[in-house]
Design a protein around this ligand. Sequence first.
Ligand SMILES: [Zn+2]
Length: 156
Amino acid sequence: MSLINRGSRSSGGGGGPCGACKFLRRKCLSGCIFAPYYLDSDHFAAVHKVFGASNVSKLLHHIPIHNRSYAALTLTYQAQARLTDPVYGCVAHIFALQQQVVNLQSEVTYLQSRLATATLPQTQHERAYNSLAMKHGSSQYLHNELAEALQQHMSP
Ligand SMILES: [Zn+2]
């Protein structure tokens, strides 16, 4: 269910009163400021209870038309949050989301550090080479030893 009608109905009349006028028990006139945004009288009831119909009307009039649906949606969300949680309202949601961001950021940091120190699986040749290199100290040592052995073999 959509909270907001994004302007498909621009005035009252024809299809009956908008949600706001229905709630306020008044005639919904053509050009009603609430009609495009409040189809549901329950949503408007929350908005009216928290902000007051007159304040919401004034506020919507001061907002450019292309932003009014977002403003109406925000007012409805905030009003419902305030009725659910009279002390913190939507701030409780913001705190919860901020905490979630902090937790996820620390998880990302931890995983990045794990990824930076992780070693890739070795191939069979790499394992053999590393095992030889460890046995003889270094590959340079191995090279010298082989060169020496070769020289002894070649000399008469
Ligand atoms: Zn109306």
